[in-house]
Write a protein of this length. Structure first.
Length: 119
């Protein structure tokens, strides 16, 4: 069930258990590369695809203010790709500007938006 993810981007996600979250993101989003982030306030882990089309920064316990958003060319394809990997993902939605997007949830319930690129 391999195949490149139909979305790109770099996001930051605050989690309670970095190790469990890292295992989930590695499996579900196929992120083989990792690097420890040494930070006195909130140590974490950086996961990415080989060429960093997707990068996820996981930090322990810290509440991160920005909503994580990844980009896609096709929200419906991104949704199907995630569903095939057992990820909890909602239906394709359309915002007021006509942009299509889906919302997925990680193992801790963090919401991540995958939004079609404009144009």
């Amino acid at each position: 069930m391999h195949g490149m993810a139909p979305f790109t981007g770099w996001i930051v996600v605050a989690v309670r258990n970095v190790d469990a979250a890292a295992a989930w993101y590695r499996q579900k989003l196929e992120l083989p590369e990792s690097q420890t982030i040494e930070d006195d306030d909130s140590p974490g882990l950086e996961l990415s695809t080989r060429h960093q089309e997707i990068k996820v920064l996981l930090f322990a316990g810290a509440d991160y203010p920005d909503r994580p958003i990844l980009d896609t060319r096709n929200a419906a394809k991104a949704r199907e790709w995630l569903l095939a990997r057992g990820v909890e993902v909602g239906p394709v939605q359309t915002d007021r500007q006509g942009t299509h997007f889906v919302e997925m949830r990680d193992l801790e319930g963090n919401s991540i938006e995958i939004c079609e690129e404009p144009g």
